[in-house]
Design a binder for this molecule. Structure first.
Ligand code: RVK
Ligand code: MG
Ligand code: MG
Length: 316
């Protein structure tokens, strides 16, 4: 793939997370929302302020860049430090407690096991995964391992880990597409199904195929979900991308229109769509209002430079 196209996809996935998250944040907990209502609200806002989804995505990118790849302890402390600086970003219930344990000396890969039954299956480890999705897009078995390890920092339940893995894989497959016209939705879903190791996700991927083949949006919330659990939101984001593969705007608006956990479903849809279509697909009127846009772009550029360096070293 041409280098500038790939760079644009790294930028698209990271900025796409931020734009989806901040646009969706105003509609959290709503029922169905009309598309023009979402656009109107976005237009009225001076700044698009992001939430924990993007804040943790930033922490993940910072750590990958600093450590030149995945380092669990460094990534955990990256999340902890960012949380301590801006605890008001709307974090889910468990992460702040986990961060306190890590700060008090509990090992990064042990703290999350203490919460819920077998760890959390919330969508918190999938919503932040864009940097891993793009950085490991051409090494899918390594991507699986790293996505899973990164999830263990806060989400140790198998369904939490598998949600992060599936979202990372969707971003990677989207990154690998030369253009949206190269997308074969059936093949994309078949690859994700091969990658998914849990029946809950395999079943939801089969439902996505059915809904795409016989369009019926009333099935989306009922059967795919719009909730805070990874299995009730990652499949919905994948559906939104596959439903509108040629338009970042339409994919993200669709994600928000389903209501529920709108910031997170839109963040994950934005990450996949941005990875497919690149940074220029994100409307300038949204991009220019995204809080910390230049810093997020700087991180995407640094991550891409690191990807190139790592690739050159591997080729020697
Ligand atoms: C506020 C039973 C479980 C569970 C288990 C449920 C931000 C709980 C972001 C829990 C995202 C919720 C969101 C969230 C991300 C998880 N048994 N119930 N084993 N595991 N749950 O606390 O980071 O918005 O109801 O890990 O995943 O925008 O409260 O948080 O929407 O999932 O929070 O799980 O949240 P947590 P998170
Ligand atoms: Mg959030
Ligand atoms: Mg959310």
């Amino acid at each position: 793939m041409v280098e500038e196209l790939l760079r644009s996809k790294f930028l698209g996935a990271l900025v796409g997370t931020g734009v989806g998250d901040s646009l969706g944040a105003g509609f959290e907990g709503w029922g169905r929302v009309a598309l023009d209502k979402i656009e109107q609200v976005a237009q009225m806002r001076k700044t698009l302020t992001y939430t924990d989804d993007t804040h943790m995505m930033i922490g993940m990118a910072e750590s990958l860049i600093r450590s030149k790849g995945f380092d669990g302890e460094d990534m955990a402390y990256s999340f902890v430090r960012n949380y301590e600086l801006e605890p008001w970003r709307g974090y889910g219930p468990a992460p702040p407690h986990i961060f306190r344990l890590v700060r008090n000396g509990v090992s990064w890969d042990q703290a999350a096991q203490r919460f819920y039954d077998g760890g959390s299956y919330g969508n918190g480890s999938a919503m932040r995964i864009a940097p891993i999705g793009v950085f490991y897009h051409d090494k899918l078995s390594l991507l699986r391992e790293v996505a899973c390890e990164s999830s263990r920092i806060t989400h140790a339940h198998i369904l939490g880990k598998e949600g992060a893995v599936l979202q990372a894989c969707a971003i990677a497959l989207a990154t690998n597409l030369e253009s949206p016209s190269a997308l074969d939705r059936g093949a994309f879903l078949a690859e994700l199904t091969d990658f998914a190791q849990d029946d809950v996700y395999r079943q939801k991927l089969a439902t996505i195929k059915q809904i795409l083949d016989n369009p019926d949006e009333s099935r989306v919330v009922i059967e795919l979900g719009h909730g805070i659990e990874a299995f009730n939101s990652v499949p919905t984001a994948i559906y939104c991308f596959l439903s509108e593969p040629g338009s970042f705007t339409r994919a993200v608006l669709l994600a928000i229109s389903f209501g529920g956990d709108t910031d997170t479903i839109a963040a994950m849809t934005g990450a996949i769509s941005g990875a497919c279509l690149g940074i220029d697909s994100i409307p300038e009127q949204w991009r220019s209002k995204l809080e910390n846009r230049h810093y997020i772009e700087e991180l995407a550029n640094k991550l891409y430079d690191l990807y190139l360096d790592t690739k050159k070293l591997g080729e020697k």
